[in-house]
Design a protein around this ligand. Structure first.
Ligand SMILES: [Zn+2]
Length: 322
């Protein structure tokens, strides 16, 4: 899938460089897989490039810095190295305070290549409180010519003080239709592309991951939802039983079920609105709401996936529905 280039955001960042108005810290935020990291790395390249004139919209690609920064690997996980580009990564589950201390001492020195320094934190959501506070000190007394770029899918998890010190750049989610079109352009059938896009929510990378796995399971779920109004309760309980599997697998399957149920309810609600059926509309909006709640339950409270799926399906399978 072609990565979304976010031309508008890039133009804005290039203008800041041209006008010598580059901020000390940026917070790139948005759903997973929309191209935040790629854009952050692109901006780091533009900031470190010494061959491009100030008004340039792109790094020159030819200077010493650009050559150093040319990624050997491609993709969102590419990690090009440059003496003035500092990556701050988690060690295990969290970004440890040692990593922030190292960064602070590295930024205390003059730039190796005599220009700007850039610090990139591609998984800023994994800053724990003490690391975030240590980083905050850097933001409060920014070393000269230094730019910090934090990338986050859940900025609300970061301390407010940290957020308020950074210039927030919001990356919009993709529409389901755009994701499906991109998957279709890659040769997937229209039905499968629509299914993968529904499963991926607003994230092209999540949709791609679904598309790369077998969609067989998703097709089964979708078929079940289509007949859910006529399902006997025993069949629902049998089906939900299947989600009792231990650990991540059961949760992953339940997450997929929730995304499909949510998309299904949304379709039905749209159809009910179109045909002017207020009772059906209300019912499907409620089902949609239940899916949203179930998503939070599963993520936050470690709820048993079997129970989550069971209650969603029983709601749909209730008498007099369809
Ligand atoms: Zn260059």
């Amino acid at each position: 899938m072609a990565a979304d280039r976010h031309d508008g955001i890039r133009a804005e960042l290039a203008r800041a460089r041209a006008g010598d108005k580059v901020h000390g810290a940026y917070l790139f935020e948005g759903p997973p897989g929309v191209g935040k990291r790629e854009t952050a790395l692109w901006f780091a390249r533009l900031l470190l490039c010494k061959g491009a004139p100030p008004e340039a919209r792109e790094p020159c690609g030819r200077c010493h810095d650009c050559r150093l920064l040319a990624a050997r690997e491609v993709g969102p996980d590419a990690r090009p190295t440059h003496p003035d580009l500092h990556w701050v990564d988690p060690d295990g589950a969290w970004i440890k305070i040692e990593a922030i201390r190292e960064l602070r001492s590295a930024l205390g020195l003059v730039a190796n290549e005599g220009g700007r320094r850039v610090a990139l934190i591609p998984e800023a959501d994994r800053l724990r409180a003490e690391s975030a506070n240590a980083l905050l000190k850097t933001l409060e007394e920014p070393p000269p010519n230094t730019v910090l770029i934090l990338v986050s899918t859940s900025p609300e998890l970061l301390p407010r003080t940290l957020r308020s010190r950074a210039l927030r750049v919001r990356f919009p989610p993709w529409s389901e239709r755009a994701i499906a079109a991109a998957l279709e352009a890659d040769g997937m059938s229209a039905d499968d592309a629509a299914l993968a896009a529904q499963l991926g929510g607003a994230s092209p990378s999540a949709a791609r991951a679904w598309a790369d796995e077998s969609l067989e399971f998703a097709r089964e779920l979708r078929a079940l939802l289509d007949e859910s109004g006529a399902l006997p309760v025993t069949r629902v309980l049998d089906f939900a039983e299947d989600f009792r599997r231990a650990g991540e697998e059961g949760r992953g399957r339940a997450r997929a079920f929730i995304e499909l149920q949510s998309a299904f309810a949304r379709e039905k609600a749209a159809a009910a609105a179109k045909s002017g059926d207020p009772r059906a509309l209300e019912r499907w909006l409620r089902a949609f709401e239940s899916a949203s709640k179930a998503r939070v339950e599963l993520a936050r409270h470690n709820t048993n996936p079997q129970l989550v799926v069971e209650s969603l399906l029983l709601e749909l399978a209730g008498p007099g529905t369809g």
